[in-house]
Design a protein around this ligand. Structure first.
Ligand code: G16
Length: 540
């Protein structure tokens, strides 16, 4: 480690004195102008992680659903997963080290993690379409280079595409080819094979309108369209040509405001979906003949996928264990439907893909989705090998179902939740089952719910337990929530500090929209009073 060179380069990416940032739910996120030193330092950290694991590590420059002025960075571990929790702590230490302490922290991490500094390192980098992303990814490269790491800059990619590249590179191409063409080929081949088997061929069922949040999803869908054009027509809106990233559009806006994005023409009963800013989340929606908006969120996506997988397993005659993983935000009706009607075990983890992904790996088939639309399905290696073998050996109906499942396995991005891959899986399932968006929506009725944000001076005063369903601190807050919840039917509420925005999130559901709105407002007020609210008091 050339400490003199590191100090010199670090001075170019100097940390604003006193600025403290934390590796949150999905990496570092804040205003883009505060992130130069973080990017440089994450370049350094990626090199250490690469040397330690003897693998390629990914660095994605994005702030996903956050406003355009923000930016952020996520590190991607060897199998395309989120960075391991112990390394998140190293990331936070490194990010907050004052300039003179930088080498000591680098040496400490290397020692604690037994990093062989003589080893080679390889880092792959990509970025979203934010105006600040290009310069910030140069700072990552600067960090990689000063520690002697090699790198490949993929330029513009969706976040899940970078996860895919890392996974491919570390499995010697077994998972796929680590190029954008390799990604398009793998997914579209599986999609075209699947939709060929669909008996339903009505045009209307094979076209979908996509709100791209004015982000990278639009670029990548345009590039990919010709690969699957026979199977599906995608009509793109909010493609970045005029509007601002995530501004009144995108999956986060549609989910949290429960209304359609701006900039999209919607005819009644048309199937539409929204991606978020880095295309790792998707939600579906439609407006009925009466003009009412219907949201089909991550919970209903998980239900559609897991019921289809269960049906296929039944046809194949394989009794494999399927689990569905949700978070506290999952609508109570979805959990009840999965457990009581579909008889699928459901587990609840903390918010953050890393928690859901980790739990999903415990099953033969683990389907995980956050209500906000971030999710995928994971298949154990043994299941994948067996299903693909059956698909080759059997010529009967069982073989047909096994072939279908084999293609579904290839169509999912098993490294991370991926809006493009999820959209193609959903479109294939709807086509194969001949389901309309309304029929899918009618699987169960969501309990009315509301999400709000509250500004507090320091959101770390709120700590939680029980997969974030109970607040431990500040004192009295949980008791206040319990008292409020008791006043409404079929109700539930919880609060948690966001790991991507400087806010406290409030969730409430109840038997009517009016009650859910009222409960969310009252809980917000309790947060404001007991957890140090700042600015304007929550309004009913
Ligand atoms: C990230 C995480 C998600 C999480 C979301 C909101 O999504 O990957 O797991 O649900 O942030 O997290 P929080 O409520 O802590 O702000 P994205 O799409 O923004 O990267």
């Amino acid at each position: 480690m050339d400490l003199v060179a590191i100090t010199k380069r670090s001075a170019v990416h100097a940390k604003p004195s006193g600025l403290v940032l934390q590796y949150g739910t999905a990496g570092f996120r804040t205003k883009a102008e505060h992130l130069d030193h973080i990017m440089f330092r994450m370049g350094l950290l990626a090199v250490l992680r690469s040397k330690q694991t003897n693998s390629t590590i990914g660095v994605m420059v994005t702030a996903s659903h956050n406003p355009e002025e923000d930016n952020g960075v996520k590190l991607v571990d060897p199998l395309g997963e989120m960075l391991a929790p112990s390394w998140e702590e190293h990331a936070t230490c490194l990010a907050n080290a004052e300039e003179p302490d930088l080498h000591r922290v680098l040496l400490d991490i290397s020692e604690k993690e037994a990093v062989d500094l003589q080893r080679d390192a390889f880092v792959v980098i990509a970025r979203d379409t934010r105006p600040s992303s290009e310069k910030l990814s140069q700072s990552v490269i600067d960090g990689v280079m000063v520690l002697g790491g090699q790198f490949h800059d993929y330029g513009l990619l969706t976040t899940p595409q970078l996860h895919y590249m890392v996974y491919c590179r570390n499995t010697d191409g077994q998972y796929g080819k680590a190029t954008i063409d390799g990604y398009f080929q793998k997914l579209s081949k599986a999609f075209v094979q699947l939709t060929k088997q669909a008996s339903y061929s009505g045009d209307e069922n094979r076209s979908v309108k996509v709100d791209c949040a004015n982000g990278i999803g639009a670029l990548k869908l345009k590039e990919m369209e010709s690969y699957f054009s026979q199977g599906l027509t995608v009509r793109l809106f909010n493609d970045g040509s005029t509007g601002k990233l995530n501004h009144f559009c995108g999956a986060d806006f549609v989910k949290s405001h429960q209304k359609p994005p701006q900039g999209m023409e919607i005819k009644s009963n048309e199937r539409c979906c929204s991606f978020d800013g880095d295309a790792d989340r998707i939600v579906y929606f439609y407006c009925d003949a009466g003009g009412h908006f219907h949201l089909i969120d991550g919970d209903k996506i998980a239900t559609l996928i897991s019921s289809f997988l269960k049906e296929l397993l039944l046809e194949i005659g394989e009794n494999l264990n399927i689990g569905v993983i949700q978070t506290a935000y999952a609508n109570g009706s979805s959990t009840r439907y999965l457990e009581e009607v579909m008889k699928v075990p459901v587990y609840c983890t903390k918010t953050g893909v890393k928690h859901l992904h980790h739990k999903a790996q415990e099953f033969d088939i683990g389907v995980y989705f956050e209500a906000n639309g971030h999710g995928t399905a994971l298949f154990s290696k043994a299941v994948e090998v067996k299903i693909k073998q059956l698909g080759k050996e059997l010529e009967d109906e069982r073989g047909k179902a096994a072939k279908m499942l084999g293609n579904i396995i290839d169509l999912f991005n098993q490294a991370a939740g991926d809006a493009i891959s999820d959209m193609l899986v959903i479109e294939a399932i709807l086509a194969l089952k001949g389901l309309t968006v309304q029929q899918w929506d009618a699987l169960y009725t969501d309990l009315p719910n509301r999400q709000l944000k509250v500004k507090v001076a320091d959101r770390r005063v709120i700590s939680t337990t029980d997969a974030e369903r109970q607040a431990v601190t500040p004192p009295g807050l949980q008791e206040a929530i319990n008292d409020l919840v008791k006043q409404y039917k079929l109700s539930r509420a919880f609060v948690r500090p966001s790991g991507t925005e400087d806010v406290v999130r409030v969730y409430a559901e109840a038997d009517s929209q009016e009650s859910a709105d009222r409960l969310a407002y009252e809980v917000s007020l309790a947060v404001f009073q007991l957890a140090g609210g700042i600015g304007e008091r929550p309004q009913s």
